[in-house]
Write a protein that binds this ligand. Sequence first.
Ligand SMILES: [Ca+2]
Length: 215
Amino acid sequence: MREYVKFLTILTITSALLIVGCSPKEREHLNPYDPEYPKTNTGPGGGGGGGSQPPARWYVYNDSANYPWSGWMGPNNGTSLSLNLANSEKPYDGAYCLKIHSNGSEIWAGIYVQFKGDWRARATPPFANLTNYDTLVFYAKASNTARIINEIGMGEISDSSGQVKINNVYLTTNWQRFEIDLSGKDLSSINGLFYFSEDIGPYTIYFDLIFYTNK
Ligand SMILES: [Ca+2]
């Protein structure tokens, strides 16, 4: 029931955004990224490739965010959250990881990584074609105490895959690898590359090495 309510909330907020549009300030909050933000991926949907073989790992995040963390969600558009894309404190791999902190001021909140840096309904096709892949991998941990995250997954509701997620993801204070099975899903048109959603904080969680690959 709570999941259904949350679904409706997301749907309502998305619809409201569509109808009302965004003031420049809100817009900036939803998509704080430069349109020329560098994309280091090549291959399908990666803005490059030109017929080359798709990479074995198609990174959403390695030591930098290849796509914008632009879809902020919650009763107050995710203002309870802060995001550090280059946290250097004990990353899983490389020099940086993602650090997300909730100050607890919203009853739930989350963020989508969006291929086009905006919600699908407001963005211009084409979206990412990830049909070469069948698995979404990410590494995650919590800060001082374990934390169960309500939802981690990919796909906006109107993406070709729909929303694909794992629920009640148990994060310990050590880095763990998680995999989401995408086999059988239609990944031909994806805007929501990755997302998480969690209830009231405060909490601090970390992500590193988010990528699409094959089993
Ligand atoms: Ca890293």
